[in-house]
Design a protein around this ligand. Structure first.
Ligand code: GAF
Length: 376
């Protein structure tokens, strides 16, 4: 059934339209967003669809192929709608809180963004609903201001202390481009990212190890970074220059804060170095930066798990130029930069390494940069 048909079956009417918002893969720049730093995601072809139309009453009604129970709510406040529906209610709340007159609506959701895999299924849901409501209500909210509103829905309504990357990727990415985002100024540069033209591919390997960032570990990393910035007397770790890092680490002393800070400062630099290489068309040379990013997440930020470490090692052993975990961590996906004609062999090598260790089999595919949220 198409999402239009799902809408019609649920509400007995035609939707006014269908909106789509993608999941994302972050090429590099992990946990840098809430440190006012730099990220470089691209949008996946996998996306969340929202068929939407006006509501006959003063409530919002939402159904989804992903959950059995439809959700219905009126003017709402954080804590009222929980679970999956909170992402939708949170968007309505954030729009209203920002002073917009949000049209009540009926919405049907469908998605092929893998859930809980670090590919931003929640941001895709928020962004699809946000884009639909903005269009339905004719709301005047420019593209560059939308991610912060969706982030507020997630931070305050859902209660997950995430940064701005995922919503920015889902809303601001463009077809065939990677999004170089300054998470302090929200300035972006669209970096051409056509790997096929270079005979290259990004292989995404879903470790299928459970991923969950609405938990203590993500919040603990964020707290450590804030604590380190406060001790160093800077607004955010973004303000520690690479050249000043050794002195900053000396001042911090505490081993955990030292390692968290080293990850953020070196990761920001790796994003800048990656962007410089991509601008020059030197794509293969990005590989070692990806692998260094993984080592930093594994050893300094301590957010990887055995399955993602094995996927990185097996990809490199199979000849990948570089590989790293992508997303919040504690499971989720790995990306590997490979020659396009080596993608299948790399996926098979990772599957073999998983089988040897008795891990649940991984799922792999080649990801191509797709468009951001829009009416379709
Ligand atoms: C999750 C968060 F939602 C992002 O804001 C970002 O911090 C990411 O983890 C890590 O880079 O996806």
């Amino acid at each position: 059934m198409s999402v239009k048909e799902i809408f019609t079956a649920a509400y007995g009417a035609e939707p006014a339209g269908v909106w789509a918002a993608p999941g994302r893969v972050n090429l590099i720049g992990e946990h840098t967003d809430y440190n006012d730093g730099f990220v470089l995601p691209f949008a996946l072809p996998q996306r969340t669809l929202a068929a939407a139309g006006p509501s006959p009453d003063d409530r919002w009604h939402v159904c989804s192929t992903l959950i059995p129970e439809p959700v219905s709510f009126g003017t709402t406040a954080p804590g009222e709608v929980t679970g999956w529906g909170a992402y939708v209610a949170g968007v309505v709340w954030a729009l209203q809180e920002a002073g917009f007159e949000v049209p009540t609506a009926r919405i049907a959701i469908d998605s092929d963004v893998p859930l809980g895999s670090g590919l931003s299924s929640s941001a895709a849901l928020e962004s699809a609903v946000l884009t639909a409501l903005i269009d339905l209500g004719g709301l005047d909210l420019p593209l560059e201001k939308r991610p912060a509103l969706a982030q507020r829905a997630e931070n305050v309504y859902v209660g997950a202390p995430t940064g701005i990357m995922d919503q920015s990727a889902s809303i601001r990415c463009q077809d065939g481009k990677a999004l170089f985002l300054d998470c302090r100024s929200y300035e972006v540069e669209q970096i051409p990212f056509d790997l096929a033209a270079e005979g290259l591919a990004i292989l995404v390997i879903n470790s299928n190890a459970p991923h969950q960032h609405v938990d203590g570990e993500y919040g603990a990393r964020r707290k450590s970074c804030e604590e380190a910035a406060a001790l160093l007397g800077v607004p955010a770790l973004r303000d520690v220059a690479t050249a000043d890092l050794p002195a900053a680490l000396e001042r911090l002393g505490d081993d955990v804060l030292v390692r968290r800070t080293r990850h953020i400062v070196t990761e920001n630099q790796r994003v800048l170095d990656t962007v410089a290489l991509l601008r020059d068309g030197r794509v293969r040379e990005v590989g070692p930066l990806l692998t260094a990013s993984h080592a930093s997440m594994r050893d300094d930020f301590e957010i990887t798990v055995a399955q993602v470490d094995v996927a990185v090692e097996a990809s490199l052993a199979a000849g990948a130029y570089g590989a790293r975990m992508t997303g919040g961590g504690f499971g989720g996906c790995v990306l590997a930069l490979v020659d396009a004609d080596r993608a299948d062999a790399t996926a098979a090598a990772v599957a073999g390494a998983y089988a040897e260790r008795g891990f649940t089999a991984p799922t792999s595919w080649v990801a191509v940069a797709g468009p951001g949220a829009a009416r379709i």
